[in-house]
Design a protein around this ligand. Structure first.
Ligand SMILES: CSC[C@@H](O)[C@@H](O)C(=O)COP(=O)(O)O
Length: 366
C-alpha cells in the first residue's frame, strides 16, 4: 500500500537477505521511520517491543529472523537455539511459530553450508505468499461490503478493532483488505476505527486509511455498542491472532465485547485471516489459546507527541497501582458470522473441510 503516495511494504530484505528493513510502528502515527535489522536478536527485539506487530507480519519477521540466524551460525545447536528464541518472542499469534517451524523444517535436512541460501529463498517466497494471501482475502471480502451497499443504498458503515491493515501484514492487510478492495471498486463506505487501548493500534488503522483516502472516524473503544444500538454499524470486520479448528478466534483485547454487542444487535461479525493463523492442534479457544500479558506501563501511561513534535509518554496513574494487561481475548465461534480467508468466506465450523489439505491425519498442523 502507500505512504505519501509511494508504494511501500512493511518489511523487505536488503543486500541479498543479509539484513531486513522494517517500518518501525512504534513511531507511527506521529513519524514514519524505517529500521534495519541485522541480527536475529534484532528481530526478537522488534517483535517483542512491537516495532513490528500483527500476526502475519510477526510471522514473516520470524522467518527473516531464521535467515539472519543461519547467516550468523548455520550449525544445528546455534540455529535451534535462535529459532526457539524467535518463536517465543510473543505467545498468542500462531503465525510466529508457524513461520519459524516452516523455515526450520526446510533448513534442518540440509547441509549447514547450504542453509543460508535456502533460508533466503524460502523467506522471500513466504513474504510474497503473504502478499498474495492478503490480496485474496480482500477479493473474498469485498463482495460482502458491495452487497450491503446494494441493499442499503448509502455508505456502508464498517467497524474494526485494532490494526489488521497492511502494517500488520506484508501488504494489503486482513480485516482492511476487503475494505481497500471495495473502496478501490467504488463502493461507498465509512470505517469506525476503535482506538484500541492500551497500545492504540486504532491510530495505525486511521493513519493507513487516511493515506488511502478511505473515510473513517476514530471512536473510543467503548463506543461501539452504542453505535450498534443506533443502527450506525452495518458490519464488523476484525483480524485474528489464532483461530482454533472449530473457529474460535483470539484477537486484540476488546474484540470479544464487540462480538457480543454485534450479536445483540444483529450486526454481522466477520473475522478476516489467512490459514496460517489457524492452529489445527486446538479446538477450544477459551481453554487452549495462550493469552499474552503485557507490561503494566502500557496502561499506566499514554504516548503521543509533545509541542515540539517529539514522541513522549505521560504517566496517567501512580506507578504502584496494580495492573492487569491481557493483550488478547477469545471470541467463541457462535458469535462469528464468517471467516474471510484466502479461500473465500467460510463458516467457522467448516474450516476443517475447506482446509482439509492443511491437516495431518492425526490433526496436527501441516
Ligand atoms: C492482520 S493482524 C490481526 C491481528 O494480529 C490484530 O488484529 C492484532 O490483534 C494485533 O495485535 P498486536 O498486539 O498489535 O500485534
Amino acid at each position: 500500500m502507500k505512504v505519501n503516495g509511494i508504494p511501500t511494504r512493511s518489511i523487505r530484505s536488503l543486500d541479498g537477505g543479509t539484513a531486513v528493513e522494517i517500518v518501525d510502528q512504534t513511531s507511527l502515527p506521529y513519524h514514519y521511520e524505517t529500521r534495519v535489522l541485522n541480527d536475529w536478536r534484532d528481530c526478537v527485539e522488534a517483535i517483542a517491543n512491537m516495532r513490528v506487530r500483527g500476526a502475519p507480519l510477526i510471522g514473516i519477521t520470524g522467518a527473516w529472523g531464521v535467515v539472519l540466524a543461519a547467516k550468523e551460525d548455520p550449525e544445528n545447536a546455534a540455529l535451534l537455539a535462535a529459532a526457539d528464541a524467535i518463536a517465543n518472542a510473543r505467545p498468542t499469534a500462531v503465525n510466529l511459530s508457524w513461520a519459524v517451524h516452516r523455515m526450520m523444517g526446510a533448513l534442518l535436512p540440509r547441509e549447514p553450508s547450504l542453509r543460508f541460501e535456502a533460508a533466503v529463498k524460502l523467506a522471500e517466497a513466504m513474504t510474497q505468499e503473504d502478499v498474495l494471501t492478503c490480496r485474496a482475502i480482500g477479493e473474498a471480502g469485498a463482495p460482502l461490503i458491495a452487497d450491503l451497499y446494494q441493499k442499503l443504498r448509502r455508505p456502508v458503515n464498517i467497524l474494526t478493532h485494532c490494526n489488521a491493515g497492511w502494517l500488520a501484514t506484508v501488504d494489503y492487510g486482513t480485516a482492511l483488505a476487503p475494505i481497500y478492495a471495495a473502496f478501490e471498486r467504488g463502493t461507498p463506505l465509512h470505517v469506525w476505527v476503535d482506538e484500541t487501548r492500551p497500545r492504540n493500534q486504532g491510530l495505525l488503522t486511521a493513519w493507513e486509511l487516511a493515506q488511502h483516502g478511505v473515510p473513517h472516524t476514530i471512536i473510543a473503544d467503548n463506543a461501539g455498542g452504542q453505535l450498534m444500538q443506533q443502527g450506525d454499524v452495518d458490519l464488523v470486520i476484525v483480524g485474528a491472532d489464532r483461530i482454533t479448528r472449530r473457529g474460535d478466534v483470539a484477537n486484540k483485547i476488546g474484540t470479544y465485547l464487540k462480538a457480543l454487542a454485534a450479536h445483540d444487535n444483529d450486526v454481522p461479525f466477520y473475522v478476516a485471516a489467512p490459514s496460517s493463523t489457524i492452529d489445527w492442534k486446538l479446538t477450544d479457544g477459551k481453554r487452549q489459546i495462550p493469552i499474552e500479558n503485557r507490561a503494566s506501563s502500557e496502561l499506566l501511561s499514554v504516548r503521543g507527541i509533545d509541542s515540539t513534535g517529539r514522541i513522549a509518554a505521560v504517566q496517567i496513574a501512580p506507578v504502584e497501582e496494580a495492573v492487569a494487561n491481557p493483550a488478547f481475548d477469545v471470541t467463541h465461534n457462535r458469535f462469528v458470522t464468517g471467516l474471510i480467508t484466502e479461500r473465500g468466506v467460510v463458516a467457522p465450523t467448516d474450516l476443517t473441510s475447506v482446509f482439509s489439505d492443511k491437516l495431518l491425519p492425526e490433526g496436527g498442523a501441516s
